[in-house]
Ligand binder design. Structure first.
Ligand code: NDP
Length: 465
């Protein structure tokens, strides 16, 4: 298995939206930290020269994090721009020349999914895939069949350990922290099972709509955009068994076992929603039934989790922007003190955004004669910083050939297997009002498990912590 560092960074989609918002800032940070000492070759068909690519990079940095003069000067010096259509064989001949004597180029496909296969084939036919790694952006397929087909094509030209399927959620500091908290502490494991845990739920709420990306979103919807990838990855970190070690495959083997234990979803396990006004968004089909909201109930057939329901809820135009996990523990078997209708007495809260919180819910006695109490939250960790941007972490890892934070072929296919039966219009998309918590039908899904936890965003404390 080659662990050699990549020696050229080839950047398909250099003129695109993702490049502007995420990739240039990551490239500047990697350059600043001495991790990107190599040619950076942008390829698109905009008819640009390298000066325009540099200008685009500078504009991107001004808007997203700021220009670091020294790092940007170095990055600019390493940049090249190749103009060409991805369907044209000559584009790859030009790239082969530009790569010179690079032995391990890293090809980053930050391009529309319809272009993944032509580019991979072009790289192979021109010899650019030799000794190379490839990063594939999301979404990886639209369903099980298309994901399997894409995997087959990739495997014709690249070995699995040279393929890096990106899910930027895995590069996020709070997601890393979730993994760390679970397996760096001994006290969780004895209670992390069906004997003590009543349910788990993950809410990914966005308080905005499709933000001008209606055409893209209308081909995808919430299930494909964030559930099959981001939410399932968070679920895996919450529920998987401890990995044998830190290696990429040990981690991914456990995720795979977990995904395999998940029952394929049935229509009764899902509620879809669409916010009022979605059909008026530019690029959205007039009669679109695509979901902007999805709520799911998931069952896992394992000794650890049999009978414990897992819930996922993701939606646009909800009241807040927040991603939060709530793990409800079973209540004490006997209510010695307070009245029994208090919901979950004990819980773990993992807030992943906009700030990071890990806390444990408990009850303490209120001062006074009566044995009455109130809920408190013991905060283990609270932070507002994202120490390292996800794309910086992930691109750096791919350059080093470390695939621990990337999705493996079998994991991605298993995740699609779970979702496949309910994709499309199998269940209706109920309308909901922007600013609400989605269609009321979603409540019935979780009523028996204490209801949804609607995250509340507190004002940031004055000390910035
Ligand atoms: P854009 O449509 O903004 O950019 C597409 C890029 O691909 C452009 O650089 C375009 O070049 C190039 N391109 C497309 N077709 C060709 C072709 N035939 N020949 C040459 N160049 C071509 O897409 P995004 O940046 O939004 O998305 C890229 C990928 O990243 C997608 O897979 C998307 O799902 C994923 N992604 C995007 C996110 C975002 O916020 N934008 C978030 C997460 C993932 P040109 O401009 O010259 O036409």
């Amino acid at each position: 298995m080659p662990t050699a560092k990549s020696d050229a960074f080839v950047f398909f989609g250099a003129t695109g939206d993702l490049a502007y918002k995420q990739i240039f800032p990551a490239l500047q940070a990697l350059t600043r930290d001495g991790k990107l000492d190599m040619p950076v070759i942008g390829i698109a068909r905009s008819g640009w020269k390298v000066a325009q690519l540099r200008k685009r990079a500078e504009d991107s940095l001004r808007e997203h994090g700021g220009v670091d003069k020294a790092a940007f000067a170095k990055l600019s010096g390493q940049m090249q721009y190749l103009d060409g259509d991805y369907n044209d064989a000559q584009t790859y001949d030009k790239l082969r020349k530009a790569l010179g004597d690079a032995q391990h180029p890293l090809h980053y496909l930050a391009i529309p999914p319809s272009m993944f296969v032509p580019v991979v084939k072009g790289l192979a036919a021109s010899g650019c895939s030799q000794g190379a790694r490839v990063i594939v952006e999301k979404p990886f397929g639209r369903d099980l069949k298309s994901a399997q087909a894409l995997n087959r094509t990739l495997h014709r030209f690249f070995r699995e350990h040279d393929i890096f399927r990106i899910d930027h959620y895995l590069g996020k500091e709070p997601v890393q922290n979730l993994l760390y908290f679970r397996f760096a502490n001994a006290f969780l494991e004895p209670i992390w099972n069906r004997d003590n845990i009543a349910s788990m739920q993950i809410t990914m709420a966005e308080n905005f709509g499709v933000q001008g990306r209606g055409k893209f979103y209308d081909e995808v919807g919430a299930l494909r955009d964030v559930v099959q990838n981001h939410m399932f990855q968070v679920l895996a970190l919450l529920a998987m068994d401890p990995p044998a070690n830190r290696s990429a495959d040990a981690m991914r083997d456990e995720k795979l076992r977990l995904f395999r234990s998940m029952r394929p979803l049935q229509p009764g396990d899902i509620v879809r929603g669409q916010f009022d006004g979605y059909l008026k968004e530019a690029g959205v089909a007039k009669k679109s039934t695509v979901e902007t909201f999805a709520a799911l109930r998931i069952h896992m057939d394992t000794w650890r989790w049999a009978g414990v329901p897992f819930f996922i809820r993701a939606g646009k135009q909800l009241p807040v922007k927040c991603t939060e996990v709530l793990v409800r523990l079973k209540n004490p078997p006997q209510q010695v003190f307070d009245s029994p209708d208090q919901g979950a007495v004990n819980f773990f809260r993992f807030r992943l955004s906009p700030n990071v919180v890990i806390s444990l819910g408990a009850r303490v006695k209120a001062p006074g004669e009566a044995m009455k109490g109130h809920p408190v939250e013991l905060v283990a960790h609270r932070d507002v910083r994202e120490a390292m941007a996800p794309y910086e972490r992930l691109l750096g890892d791919a350059i080093d050939g470390d695939s621990a934070l990337f999705t493996r072929d079998d994991c991605v296919e298993e995740a699609w297997r779970v979702l496949d039966p309910i994709l499309g219009d199998k269940v209706p998309a109920h309308k909901y009002k922007p600013g609400s918590w989605g269609p009321k039908e979603a409540n019935a899904l979780i009523d028996g498990a204490g209801g949804w936890n609607d995250p509340r965003i507190e004002p940031a404390p004055k000390d910035g912590k």
